[in-house]
Design a protein around this ligand. Structure first.
Ligand code: CO
Length: 489
């Protein structure tokens, strides 16, 4: 199709068909545009529409069967057309970047190109303009100019790789906490970019209690993703918005609310959850804390299909991780978030390839991981030392394991089990030994714990040895539990 007027016969509504490699027309040299007129302007509009609908940033005439020297570009700075372009100058300096092409879906190439070019062309009104382009604009202009010469990025690429199939899934992400933030961050690094990120509404946070966005919302906004924070998931407008996105997959990670059935029914392929335990152990909202409290020595992550019953759906895959004796909620949470992201990306690849397994959970071995109750934030010194230590690990650094020293609120952050016979006697909660270089030992129901890190009232978390430097503590002094709400006194 060498005459632009042919194209104008076609309805203005439809986008054009993009020719795919190895169509021979992509290898022909295009001819100069003879006339810049209304037909050409209509063609430019259709090419732009075609490019936008395909999520492209550039489209050249030959890619839609128009063997004329023109292309359109929009790298996010508005539409720009180049008619009869000429590259006047190209920098000596080259850069290597990964690029793709709407005519070569599924592949990407590492292509060296001059980092800057000087270009002239006509605009849609036939006016000549000049551009000094660098960055992505320079790259796109050269890529599109190549199309006019019958050259594809494959001809110039140092390396060609397949685009990971999971990056082509249409995904909606539901998440709230820092765990979810890590998962979303890893998805974005692997170019699995959600069409929409759903998170909880802004909540009062911190000392000022000003409404603050969730970690996930902050991350999503940094990456210029669309964000929704509905107060009601059953809201018809919200469900309609989801449906309109036609997602393949819904991913949830520490979202903090249960998805209703009509939301779970929206995605074409799957609604999956990233759960921080080896299901069926620790179903519920606090799997990491409950695993630590129970003294588990191994845990992991599960990617599962969501079902009406909480955390009971079929498993796609699981990954194990050891719980080290020094792990606390902070360190284990971080480990499992990374592992969860890795497992999720593997599962998404399986889903993209139509190969995701579905393994029902064992009926045996189900345990529940309910959210922490406020009274659980107090240390119960009457329990055996091992259990007290595990309880403290599960609460550190957040929300913190509390006790009272007189009327002062202390949070105990790190402890060591006292060796048998190292310290003796004492009622539960009684300080039975003080060693300035190590910390202080507290008697428990059975055995004793050395407190090696703590956060005294109104101060930062510190080593017990530093605390003892400026604070006198005597054997015989007592630590006790308060009642929920005492911390506000
Ligand atoms: Co291209």
């Amino acid at each position: 199709m060498n005459d632009v007027s042919d194209i104008s016969q076609v309805s203005n509504e439809e986008p054009l068909e993009i020719l795919k490699h190895p169509d021979p027309r992509l290898r022909e040299r295009a001819k100069p545009v003879r006339r810049v007129n209304r037909n050409l302007r209509r063609l430019i509009e259709r090419m732009a529409k075609t490019m936008y609908e395909a999520d492209g940033i550039g489209l050249a005439g030959p890619q839609v069967g128009v063997m004329e020297r023109l292309f359109v570009v929009d790298i996010g700075e508005g539409l720009k057309e180049f008619i009869n372009p000429e590259i006047l100058e190209a920098s000596e300096e080259q850069v290597e970047l990964w690029e793709g092409c709407l005519s070569i879906p599924g592949l990407r190439g590492l292509v060296p190109r001059p980092s800057r070019v000087r270009v002239t062309a006509l605009d849609r009104h036939g006016r000549r303009f000049w551009v000094d382009a660098d960055g992505w604009l320079a790259r796109v202009i050269q890529h599109e100019y190549d199309h006019l010469e019958g050259v594809l990025f494959l001809d110039r690429a140092l390396r060609v790789v397949e685009v990971p199939p999971e990056s082509r899934l249409r995904v909606v992400f539901f998440g709230t906490s820092p765990f979810a933030g890590t998962v979303l961050e890893r998805m974005l690094e692997r170019e699995v970019t959600p069409l929409l990120v759903v998170t909880q509404p802004d909540r009062p946070r911190g000392r000022g209690q000003a409404p603050a966005p969730t970690p996930v919302k902050r991350l999503a906004l940094e990456h210029e993703l669309d964000v929704a924070a509905p107060t009601r998931l059953r809201d018809a407008a919200f469900v309609e918005r989801l449906k309109a996105l036609e997602p393949d997959v819904i991913v949830t990670a520490a979202y903090g609310r249960i998805l209703p059935e009509d939301v779970l029914a929206v995605p074409k392929r799957a609604a999956v959850n990233v759960h921080a335990s080896l299901l069926p152990r620790w179903r519920g909202a606090a799997p990491i804390q409950r695993a630590l409290m129970a003294g588990d020595e191994r845990t992991g992550v599960t990617i599962l299909h969501m079902s009406a019953e909480l955390d009971a759906g079929d498993i796609i895959l699981q990954k194990e991780a050891p719980i080290e004796p020094d792990d606390d909620f902070g360190s284990l949470h971080e480990k499992l978030a990374e592992l969860g992201a890795e497992a999720l990306l593997e599962a998404l690849r399986l889903i993209a390839k139509g190969e995701a397994p579905r393994r029902p959970q064992d009926a045996e071995g189900v345990t529940l991981a309910p959210p922490l109750r406020p009274e659980e934030e107090w240390i119960d010194w009457t329990r055996p030392a091992v259990e007290v230590r595990n309880h403290i690990r599960a609460l550190t650094p957040w929300p913190g394991a509390r006790c009272l020293h007189g009327a002062e609120l202390w949070k105990i952050a790190r402890t060591e089990l006292a060796a048998a016979g190292e310290v003796r006697g004492g009622e539960p909660g009684e300080i039975v030994a003080v060693r300035p270089e190590r910390g202080f030992a507290v008697a428990c129901g059975q055995g004793a714990l050395w407190v090696t890190e703590l956060q005294p009232a109104g101060r930062r978390r510190m080593r017990a040895s530093d605390f003892l430097n400026g604070h006198r503590l005597e054997p015989g002094e007592r630590l006790s539990s308060g009642a929920p709400g005492d911390e506000d006194a």
